[in-house]
Each structure stands twice: as structure tokens, then as C-alpha cells.
Design a protein around this ligand. Structure first.
Ligand SMILES: [Fe+2]
Ligand SMILES: [Fe+2]
Length: 354
């Protein structure tokens, strides 16, 4: 049985590549690991952010589509993405840093399995920073995660939460720079919305080999479910693999793609051989799957979940060092061989990034 190791990357739509760079690099401290164009729309920037090398599970990418309509979250879309920090202290430092920069931040919100901050990127995408622990074994043993519906403490829910204390809690000193303990270590989880959570559960288990690790309630809307899936075999939950969904009613509107919304979520295949096996597997369960596409830094296939969420499976390699040294990743515009003859026209259309 194939089982993805978790997220490869998530791709969002941005209205202004320069502003996106200023936010994700200058404010959040992610590295720009590739400056290229959308291979299906070469007049648009495609920026990749990640850790030092752009390792799978740390990558957030943006298509710059200034003329796109404004997106709206909804069924079949992503609600937010969460970055991981190791400690609660690091979380408080992030709150202080972001609020001192004039950004509204909510939290530290106690979620039981982790503690979270919420804020928005310049296009309105909801972002979260979450502590790595204590994790999903808080209320179930590691060998039996996801078996029952877990209730949450009143002190974590609307009405019972001490909102005044949460609002007042922050790091006591200004945090003008990102200290080593604050470095965002990758995707903690990504959360979407679906209109049939049982169907979604069957789908993500069957299609991607993820396992249900937590059935609980949406702690901001306790009458609705919030389920978590991950790469899990009974002994550990692999970091960077937690896909979660809010269970909304079919009355909720569908997600509308566009600025400030996620375009697609990509999961990992180890290599090209495993990707072909994934493709066969997805076809065998009746899904429509794209051919393998050469994305220069990885190979991709695309398909959709029953609620409409666009998904991708991308290979771990060859990675971002395939066309420039690790030391200078992201410093200049890179084009694949088939677009290189059009460089002058493409650069003219894009305008400078820095
Ligand atoms: Fe979250
Ligand atoms: Fe992608």
C-alpha cells in the first residue's frame, strides 16, 4: 500500500510578487529558493519559498496573477496553512514580532494538541504558526489514534476561553529579528473544508494512504467536525504530513479560486518510479489523473478530491539545486530550457522582483 510521506508544497495565488517576497522572506524569514515563472503561463512569476534547500514539506509557492479575481475560501478549498515552531516561547516571540510590525494576530490559542497564532498574509490568506507539541497523543495512545471523537476542554472553546488573557499574552521584549528558536521549520498542517467528511476520509485514506489520526470538533465552531489525517503507522505521526478538514454542510459555498487563496496542495512521491505507481493507483480507483508533467525541480501529476480540492503528487527530486548552487538559490530568474529562448520577452513582461 502506497502512503505519501506528507506535503511536498502548497501553491497560492498572489497579487504582487514583490509584496509577497517582502512578507514571506523579510517578515516570516523563509528563504526564496526559486524565482521562476508559471510553466503553464510564462508571463507570471512563480516564487518558491522554503528552508535552506527547499526541502519537501517546507515549500510554499505563489503564482503572481495580479489580474485574477479575489478568491474566497469554501468547500473544496484550503482554509489556512500552519507553520511549525518547536516551543511555546518561540510562538510568543512571533506574536510580539508580528504585532510590533502592525499586524493583527490572534492567539496564543490553546488547541490541546498544539498552541496556535493566526494572522493573514498581504493577500488575505489565513496563516497559522503552531507549536510542534504536545501532539495527537494528548488524549489517545499512539497505537490507537483517530478511533473515537475527542471532545475538548471548555477552556479551549468559544465562551470558555479566557479571551482577555489570550489577547494580553505576548513576549515581554521586542523581537526585531528572527532568533534561531523562531525559525519556521516547515508545514505543521494544512486545513481545508469539505462538505462530506466521511467521504473525504475514505478518499484521503484510499487515494494518498494517509491515516485518520484525530476526530475532533472545530474548536472555533464546536458543532462541526474537524478531522486530521497523516502519515501514521501506529508508532509515530510523521511531521509535515497532517492534512485536516473542517466538516461543513453542503449548504456552504464552494471555494472560489483567486488572489489570497490556495491553488493546489502537493503531496510527496519518493521518486519517478513511485510516482508512476501513484498514477496507476489513482487511475485504478477511478480518478482522472494528468500525465506526468516536468516541473524542472520535480515531476508532477494532478487530480482532484471529490469536493473539488485540486491535488498534486510531486517527486522529492531533483530539487532546487538542479539549475543553480544552493548558496545562491532564488537570486536570479531561472527558466527551463524550453522557455530560455524567450527570456527577454518574459523578463520584460514580469518586471523586476527586487
Ligand atoms: Fe490549523
Ligand atoms: Fe504544485
Amino acid at each position: 500500500m502506497l502512503s505519501t510521506l506528507g506535503f511536498h508544497h502548497i501553491t497560492l495565488v498572489a497579487s504582487d510578487a514583490r509584496r509577497t517576497l517582502a512578507f514571506y522572506h523579510d517578515v516570516l524569514g523563509l528563504r526564496l529558493v526559486k524565482q521562476t515563472v508559471n510553466f503553464d503561463d510564462p508571463g507570471a512569476y512563480h516564487l518558491y519559498f522554503g528552508d535552506e534547500t527547499g526541502a519537501p514539506g517546507t515549500i510554499v509557492t505563489f503564482f503572481e496573477w495580479a489580474q485574477a479575481p479575489r478568491g474566497r475560501y469554501g468547500v473544496g478549498g484550503v482554509h489556512h496553512l500552519a507553520f511549525s515552531v518547536p516551543t511555546y516561547e518561540a510562538l510568543l516571540k512571533w506574536k510580539r514580532r508580528l504585532t510590533d510590525l502592525g499586524m493583527p494576530v490572534s492567539g496564543p490559542m490553546p488547541r490541546g494538541y498544539f498552541t496556535s497564532l493566526y494572522f493573514r498574509d498581504p493577500d488575505g490568506q489565513v496563516l497559522e504558526i503552531a507549536t510542534a507539541g504536545p501532539g495527537y497523543t494528548l488524549d489517545e495512545p499512539i497505537e490507537a489514534l483517530g478511533r473515537g471523537v475527542m471532545q475538548q476542554k471548555d477552556s479551549q472553546l468559544p465562551g470558555g476561553r479566557n479571551e482577555a488573557l489570550i489577547a494580553a499574552t505576548t513576549h515581554p521584549e521586542p523581537v526585531p529579528g528572527i532568533t534561531p528558536d523562531m525559525v519556521l521549520t516547515g508545514l505543521h498542517h494544512i486545513t481545508g473544508m469539505t462538505d462530506d467528511i466521511e467521504r473525504a476520509s475514505d478518499f484521503y485514506e484510499q487515494a494518498l494512504g494517509l491515516k485518520l489520526v484525530k476526530k475532533t470538533i472545530n474548536q472555533d465552531d464546536p458543532d462541526t467536525p474537524h478531522w486530521f489525517w497523516a502519515n501514521y503507522e501506529g508508532t509515530r505521526v510523521l511531521p509535515g504530513s497532517a492534512w485536516t478538514l473542517f466538516g461543513w454542510s453542503p449548504r456552504h459555498p464552494k471555494a472560489r479560486g483567486g488572489i489570497g487563496q490556495t491553488h493546489h496542495v502537493a503531496f510527496r512521491a519518493k521518486d519517478a518510479t513511485e510516482q508512476l505507481a501513484w498514477r496507476e493507483h489513482l487511475l485504478s480507483i477511478g480518478l482522472e489523473v494528468s500525465p506526468v508533467m516536468d516541473r524542472q525541480y520535480f515531476q508532477s501529476i494532478y487530480f482532484s478530491a471529490p469536493d473539488g480540492q485540486l491535488l498534486e503528487i510531486a517527486t522529492d527530486g531533483p530539487g532546487f539545486a538542479v539549475d543553480e548552487p544552493v548558496a545562491t538559490l532564488g537570486e536570479s530568474l531561472k527558466l527551463p530550457a524550453w522557455l530560455e529562448p524567450h527570456r527577454a520577452a518574459i523578463e520584460g513582461e514580469l518586471g523586476p522582483l527586487k
